[in-house]
Design a protein around this ligand. Structure first.
Ligand code: SF4
Length: 351
């Protein structure tokens, strides 16, 4: 039986149940989910499915990430709500490709882990599956592992196995609507220019879950521990001196309450230049290099090859007199005389 897999939270429990209910079937997992956006989130979900299938002794195949085809299929349905017309097209596509895969492999049965997802309509899935059976002769196994306490069992398994629990269905349209309704920043779509790995970003989780796999492969003990911290996201920075734009970098956790500030350098102490407004501080790249033990030639070079967030935070600690100082700190190639205009759109969010 070919089992289309959408994510580990749905698949681990589902596959365990299938192994019990269909002991004579050889199960093959098929991860085909080009709906998942962005690609880093797709990789993260796949990684956790790999781990789950490995634990259960189930072969896993990866489908093509044909995201552009998926996008063209749902064109015009962008504003549909979840469980609406876009989702139907999305299921159709994933079914169609999975069922073709089943035919290609000589399988006669197919099912999908989407059947246990509380966000999906079982009737909708069954309709699509039955239609495919009529067309292609691959039987759709519509098991119901949700009722009779199934959902509670699934939550227990998710916790016990420490599976990666995503908090959105998968596509950019569902995610946009969800974050709009929650009034939350669409953090998932942030990709810093220099690919710096931001705390709690998908890339950060990808590294964490990869490390977890490595520990498990090496038989090393580990524990995933949750943390609360101040999260930082920067949208835009622009600094001009005497109306001429200059290359600049805002040190992590730099924010301005009204996004804009202007002023002049008031005094300089120990290579830190203090502006007369908003507690703004400036340092030159040369001083930054000294503090961070790096050797950037220009600020531009640093923007495209940034230090890790941890190393940037260390520089902040060296520049501030207290651990709770969140003054905006900017790094420039050199500090010129003149009126300084700053536009910084950035947020600190508690996570
Ligand atoms: S919300 Fe989920 S099921 Fe619906 S189209 Fe997006 S990814 Fe597919």
């Amino acid at each position: 039986m070919l089992v289309h897999i959408c994510c580990s939270v749905d698949s681990h429990f589902f596959l365990e149940k299938l192994q019990t209910d269909f002991p004579d079937e050889k199960l093959t997992g098929f991860f085909y989910d080009p709906n998942i956006h962005p690609y880093s989130e797709y990789r993260l979900r796949y990684l956790d499915v790999q781990r789950s299938c490995k634990k259960l002794g189930i072969d896993l195949l990866e489908g093509e990430y044909d995201f552009e085809t998926w996008m063209s299929l749902v064109r015009g349905l962008e504003n549909e709500p979840e469980k609406g017309a876009r989702c139907e097209v999305c299921f159709d596509r994933r079914f169609d490709v999975s069922a073709k895969k089943a035919l290609e492999l000589g399988e006669t049965k197919i099912t999908t882990t989407l059947l246990v997802s509380p966000l999906k309509s079982q009737e909708q899935l069954k309709r699509v599956g039955d239609l495919f059976y009529e067309k292609n002769g691959v039987e759709f196994i519509a098991v119901d592992y949700r009722s009779g306490g199934g959902s509670q069992d699934q939550s227990r398994v998710t916790k016990e196995e420490q599976l990666y629990r995503q908090d959105y269905c998968g596509c950019i349209y569902g995610l946009t609507m969800q974050r709009d309704q929650q009034g939350k920043l669409m953090d998932e779509m942030f990709s810093p220019l220099g690919n710096q790995i931001l705390p709690a970003s998908i890339e950060d989780r990808l590294e964490l879950y990869q490390r977890r796999m490595d520990y498990e492969d090496a038989g090393q003990e580990y524990q995933l521990v949750r943390e609360k911290f101040l999260n930082y996201r920067q949208y835009n920075l622009k600094i001009s001196i005497s109306k001429r734009l200059v290359d600049a970098h805002a040190l992590i956790y730099s924010t301005l309450p009204r996004k804009k500030a202007n002023g002049r350098i008031e005094h300089t102490i120990n290579d830190i230049h203090f502006m007369n407004r908003e507690e703004v501080k400036f340092i030159t790249l040369e001083y930054f290099n000294t503090l961070s033990k790096s050797s950037f030639k220009t600020v531009k070079e640093m923007i495209f090859n940034p230090l890790s967030v941890e190393r940037e935070s260390e520089v902040r600690q060296k520049l501030c007199h207290s651990p709770y100082d969140l003054s905006p700190i900017f790094i420039l190639d050199e500090l010129k005389e003149g009126k300084i205009d700053i536009y910084l759109d950035a947020k600190n969010l508690r996570r």
